[in-house]
Design a protein around this ligand. Structure first.
Ligand SMILES: [Fe+2]
Length: 251
């Protein structure tokens, strides 16, 4: 296998946080759910299309890469490939389905401001994503967003075909927010949109490595940027778990 792909997969293998089982199971109270979702929204959900635009703005004329980023950006900012709506808007509809108000997710100012009361690690992760998605080399910016941020701990199994993410009505009906927290399935368009388009996007994300040298200085920066993303993401998730009052169980 491409040695760079292997390094990136090794990073993705660790994109798991100890609090995840709590987040996908029953037992959280409303306050805990709100802390978690406010952070996710402010950290990368609301501005993900803009982060993609920052990366796309640096890509040299390699049509396949530009087209795949442009499609991803178009879907994230409009939802028109999946026939839904902008994904940040779909996220807010899901929050309304849980009984939260849009005001809970409003910025602390009218501009690019963040939701108030974020843990510092969330602001740091978010600021770093903004900076890095507009930084050189372009391959590191694209890998960070499309492989690390959009990808999951299941990348390796998904590429091998041994993990297939839930799709269709099943994906919604089995979603923890529907099963455990009473979110009506109609409010889960975000899951429907992701199930409709994201399988193809995962393939595109990894195919882009054809345009990155397998080793050498650029490959080093791509690998270390995604690894730094993981370190910052884990610090962010630790801090959110603390604010939610979750305690790590001894191994
Ligand atoms: Fe999305």
């Amino acid at each position: 296998m491409n040695p760079l792909a292997e390094r990136l997969l090794a990073t993705m293998d660790r994109k798991h946080h100890w609090a995840y089982p709590s987040l996908t199971g029953p037992g959280l109270d409303r306050g805990q759910l709100l802390v978690h979702f406010r952070h996710e929204y402010a950290t990368y959900v609301r501005d993900f299309p803009v982060l993609l635009a920052r990366a796309l703005g640096q890509v040299p004329p390699i049509e396949a890469v530009r087209v795949s980023l442009a499609e991803n950006l178009y879907e994230e900012q409009t939802g028109r490939l999946s026939g839904t709506a902008p994904h940040p808007e779909l996220f807010l509809r899901m929050m309304e389905g849980l009984g939260f108000s849009r005001r809970d997710f409003a910025s602390d100012d009218e501009g690019a401001g963040l939701v108030a009361g974020l843990v510092p690690e969330a602001r740091e992760y978010r600021d770093w994503l903004r900076l890095r998605s507009a930084g050189e080399p372009w391959q590191a910016a694209v890998a960070l967003l499309t492989i690390f941020v959009e990808g999951s701990v299941n990348e390796r199994a998904e590429l091998a075909g041994t993990f297939v993410r839930a799709h269709g009505p099943e994906a919604v009906l089995r979603h923890p927010l529907v099963v455990h927290y009473g979110c009506p399935p109609e409010a889960m368009e975000l899951t429907r949109a992701h199930a409709a388009v994201e399988g193809a996007h995962r393939g595109d994300a990894w195919r882009f490595l054809e345009h990155v040298p397998e080793s050498g200085p650029v490959a080093e920066i791509v690998a270390s940027t995604c690894e730094e993303g993981l370190t910052r993401w884990l610090a962010y998730r630790d801090a959110v778990a603390r604010q939610m009052g979750l305690v790590r169980k001894a191994a």
